[in-house]
Design a binder for this molecule. Structure first.
Ligand SMILES: *Cc1c(COP(=O)(O)O)cnc(C)c1O
Length: 297
């Protein structure tokens, strides 16, 4: 897959950054027109491990992971099936439509079946439901050791050593684990976009290399009501950040990341003189679900 890593590191300044604190955004959203953000990193070694076998993966109706998998499989000539949680909608949303147009076979399953399939990873059940024989199964959100291995290639793109802190938005914790594994001296902070998803602490820790000494934490206070939920404060912040930096953030992940960094700075979470690296993990197409005019971009 061809990527552009030109201008990927963007220093920025805002009125709420203390004068002695530096900040930059790692613009993974600029890597590729379809497979933007962190998703390609999670797929890279999984698709190598598939060795051409059909790929089966899982996601909800708004899953960036399904679209990224569809695009990457198409480019590599691999057949793929996306198992979608919930009833088939009368009109498919933008995300599923895009995945379907790129050749992903979509199979809709009830929430109960979805839970069984994703939790047990039962190959015969996957075959029964998708018809894909000898499939390579990628877990929901690319959350496995090979997904993490790919995410260990993110931080080197920033010349990571010159930063003191790395901060990212967290869904499954795969990206966070990759950043922790590849940090050289930086403190790594994950901002959970889910409400009360405390099990992420363990599921992330399980993917960190034994002996890794990185100082890291996962913060749970910046979900703004839960996954996909928005607040007036969040929307105001996204607009303000865009006006100050011309960097667009998304409603589900990176908007909450920037909001969290602003609030954490206000309570002196980052010591004076810190050099912050924020990971822009993509997801901008999710903003299309907002009413026109809500965002100023
Ligand atoms: C999927 C996604 C994430 C979450 O990454 P995890 O590795 O699952 O924690 C973060 N940001 C964006 C934009 C995403 O699409």
């Amino acid at each position: 897959m061809h990527f552009s890593t030109e201008n990927i590191l963007q220093p920025f300044h805002t009125t709420w950054l203390p004068a002695e604190t530096q900040a930059a955004m790692l613009r993974l959203d600029r890597l590729h027109p379809v497979v933007s953000g962190n998703k390609w990193f999670k797929l890279k070694y999984n698709l190598l491990a598939a060795t051409g076998r059909p790929v089966v993966t899982f996601g909800g109706a708004y899953s960036n992971h399904l679209v990224a998998t569809a695009a990457a499989c198409r480019e590599q000539g691999i057949a793929c099936t996306g198992v979608v949680r919930g009833e088939q909608p009368a009109v498919p949303g933008h995300t599923l439509q895009q995945a379907g147009e790129m050749g992903m076979q979509l199979v809709f399953v009830s929430r109960d079946d979805y839970r069984r399939l994703t939790q047990q990873g039962d190959a015969s059940a996957v075959y029964r439901i998708t018809g894909a024989r000898d499939a390579y199964v990628i877990p929901e959100g690319g959350h496995n050791a090979l997904g993490v291995k790919g995410c260990e290639e993110i931080l080197p793109l920033a010349g990571g050593a010159s930063f003191t802190h790395v901060i990212c938005a967290v869904g499954t914790g795969t990206t966070l684990a990759g950043l922790i594994n590849s940090a050289t001296s930086q403190q790594v902070t994950g901002i959970s976009v889910l409400k009360g998803a405390f099990s992420l602490n363990n599921s992330t820790a399980e993917l960190i290399h034994p002996g890794n000494r990185t100082s890291w934490q996962l913060l749970h206070d910046f979900h703004e009501g839960g996954y996909g939920k928005i607040s007036e404060r969040l929307i105001g912040d996204m607009n303000d950040f865009y006006r100050q930096t011309t960097i667009q953030t998304d409603r589900v992940y990176t908007g909450k990341l920037v909001l969290a960094v602003r609030l954490l700075l206000a309570e002196n979470f980052f010591p004076p003189g810190s050099r912050l690296l924020l990971i822009h993990s993509g997801g901008l197409q999710g903003n299309e679900s907002l009413a026109p005019g809500v965002l100023c971009y």
